[in-house]
Design a protein around this ligand. Structure first.
Ligand SMILES: CSCCC(=O)C(=O)COP(=O)(O)O
Ligand SMILES: [Mg+2]
Length: 241
């Protein structure tokens, strides 16, 4: 049980609100399977230009045009780079944006339905009833986060969240990212509790002054003792003062 008397709750997704296995065994394979067909169908759409530019910038180029100059099949370069990033589970912004748009069809058709632990929606309902502000911070793009919670096993949870942050604010293992979130949110560090399954993320948040708790869910990676963060196995273990 932990007691929190601040105003904001910042939630990680994978391993915190939802099972790691759902992301790794269902969502990532879906994106990998659909990647080639998606690029053939949408690779030349104007809407994809910012995503392709981001993938090129992540690869160290100025933009997509420079990155693929002289390529006969520029989308092959994108596909190969995206496969490389997926193989390494690299949380690059461009990859995450592309996965988000690929998942859109899956969520809208019903093939994808996001897993959410049963304690999550009731706890958030209760927090919001007491005037708390609940936001998401995930490596998944903001677009993907909204699709995920709009099409979850617990129904449409998007009205629960007042804000979303992704890697466009910064990587989750850097204190500066949490400082930027606080600045955007307009809250002091001690006003926000961050929940995650990854100690390095909690360390970064704590360095920025946030309160933290490690969420221990079935299937999460084991954690070394002595990490110094409070631990919970369910959101119901958080009491608000
Ligand atoms: C929007 S669900 C997909 C999450 C994702 O792509 C990912 O890499 C997991 O990131 P998290 O920060 O939630 O652990
Ligand atoms: Mg996580």
């Amino acid at each position: 049980m932990i007691k929190f008397c601040g105003h904001g709750l910042l939630l990680d997704i994978e391993g915190t609100t939802s099972a790691v296995a759902y992301v790794y065994d269902v969502m990532f394979p879906y994106a990998r399977r659909e990647l080639g067909a998606y690029l053939v169908k949408h690779g030349k759409d104007d809407a994809l230009v910012p995503v392709l530019d981001q993938i090129a910038r992540d690869a160290g180029a100025a933009g997509y045009a420079e990155w693929t100059a002289g390529d006969e099949r520029p989308l092959d370069r994108v596909r190969d780079e995206v496969v490389r990033l997926m193989d390494g589970d690299i949380k690059a912004t461009g990859l995450k944006q592309l996965q988000g748009v690929i998942w859109e069809d899956g969520f809208k058709s019903g093939e994808l339905k996001a897993h959410v632990y049963p304690d999550v929606a009731p706890a958030i309902d209760q927090w919001r009833d007491t005037g708390r502000d609940v936001r998401i911070y995930s490596s998944g793009s903001i677009h993907a986060q909204r699709l995920f919670f709009a099409h979850s096993e617990a129904g449409d949870l998007t009205p629960h969240f007042s804000g979303h942050y992704d890697t466009t604010t910064g990587p989750k293992r850097e204190a500066a990212s949490y400082a930027a979130i606080l600045q955007d949110w307009g809250l002091a560090p001690g006003e926000v509790l961050f929940l995650s399954d990854v100690v390095a993320e909690l360390d970064a948040a704590a360095e920025a002054g946030l309160a933290t708790a490690l969420v221990v869910r079935p299937g999460n990676a084991p954690v070394e003792p002595g990490h110094g963060h409070a631990e919970i196995a369910s959101f119901s273990e958080i009491t608000l003062a």
